[in-house]
Ligand binder design. Structure first.
Ligand code: SAM
Length: 327
């Protein structure tokens, strides 16, 4: 079925599913140093429950799924979930967002299960900096995973880089060279004031500034190949096989094109990444709600999607750690 849209006539076809709130990294911009409270295991949706929700959502018009977290590869049996979701007729695109630490060990199995693509978060190309941003991880694990994911056919592998002034903005050109020399697809993301250490706006770098700094290497040409389902705007240098994407949640929100819903690990449909409104699906599911009833709740959620977020007015969601909502 097609034509699922919200009260502002935005087509809704994309569901991001957080399968766990646990993470094996403690990135400074995403989590406070002392970590965050965790949801108890019995409150996390089972794979069967996720499958039931996706089946209902697919009957309404959702056809694209992204698995995220926390770190989704920490949840055991993830390829099994991918296989269950890939067997739903209307679902034609399944992708994963990961920090890449464990990806090398799962890439082939995930691909066989039906996963199409991965986005890997990577904020620096330097080990010492990687260790300090992630509070302790090894860069070589992620670099190795990127190559293995490509060999497994999980392509395009897109890299998500959150740009922070004085932390990694000295590496913009290094990342740009990777798009030219190695065909990498790099997406620069503006830092949002959520989740991590409170640094005010001190680390924020607008995409307009990032783009200008990159253009010392040549003119960035708009590029529509591999553009994906999301808000990134893509460019490439004339001599590059890879692309550069820009994501501007802060300087130029893209809410008017928002096509997504988010399912939290504990079974709430979240209507906006940066808003607190949610509809619970877990308790109705566990109380035996019918498929028709579940679809009605999903429709209610879609009808309640807000027009836009209000970061510019200083409204930041405080109800949950960012890592629970799934970025
Ligand atoms: N663990 C997975 C990963 O690292 O990709 C998935 C979850 S992570 C929360 C999803 C994305 O959110 C990552 O690309 C991360 O860089 C991004 N993110 C986290 N905190 C952010 C912030 N304050 N501003 C912008 N992006 C952020």
């Amino acid at each position: 079925m097609t034509g699922f849209s919200d009260s502002f006539q935005r087509p809704i076809n994309y569901l991001r599913i957080s399968v766990t709130d646990r993470c094996n990294l403690r990135c400074t911009y995403c989590m406070p140093a002392d970590g965050v409270g965790l949801v108890s295991h019995e409150d996390i949706l089972s794979y069967e429950e996720i499958h039931t929700i996706v089946q209902a959502a697919a009957e309404l018009g959702i056809n694209k799924i992204r698995i995220t977290g926390g770190e989704p590869l920490l949840r055991s049996g993830l390829p099994g979930l991918i296989e269950m979701l890939a067997s739903i007729d209307a679902i034609d695109d399944i992708s994963l967002t990961t920090n890449g630490i464990l990806l090398a060990g799962y890439a082939t199995e995930l691909k066989s299960a039906g996963l199409q693509r991965v986005n890997v978060s990577l904020d620096t190309l330097k080990q010492d900096k990687f260790e300090s941003i992630t509070r302790g991880a090894q860069l070589s694990d992620v670099l190795g995973s990127i190559e293995i994911a490509k060999s497994a056919g999980l392509e395009p592998v897109k890299l998500n880089t959150v740009v922070m002034a004085g932390i990694n903005d000295d590496e913009l050109l290094d990342f740009a060279h990777k798009t030219i020399d190695d065909g990498w697809h790099v997406r620069f993301i503006e830092l949002m004031p959520v989740g991590g250490e409170s640094t005010g706006n001190l680390l924020f770098v607008p995409v307009s500034d990032i783009k200008q700094r990159l253009e010392v290497l040549g003119k960035l040409e708009p590029c529509f190949h591999n553009a994906g389902n999301g808000p990134a705007k893509y460019f490439r240098f004339p001599q590059a096989k890879g692309t550069i994407g820009f994501i501007t949640p802060v300087s130029e929100h893209f809410c008017f094109h928002c096509n997504r819903l988010r399912l939290t690990a504990d079974g709430k449909l979240r209507l906006c990444l940066l808003g607190e409104d949610e509809i619970d699906l877990r308790e109705p599911l566990r109380s035996g709600i019918s498929s028709a009833g579940l679809k009605q709740l999903i429709e209610e959620a879609v009808a309640r999607k807000p027009l836009r977020h209000h970061l510019a007015e200083g409204c930041v969601p405080k109800d949950r750690p960012f890592s629970q909502v799934g970025g």
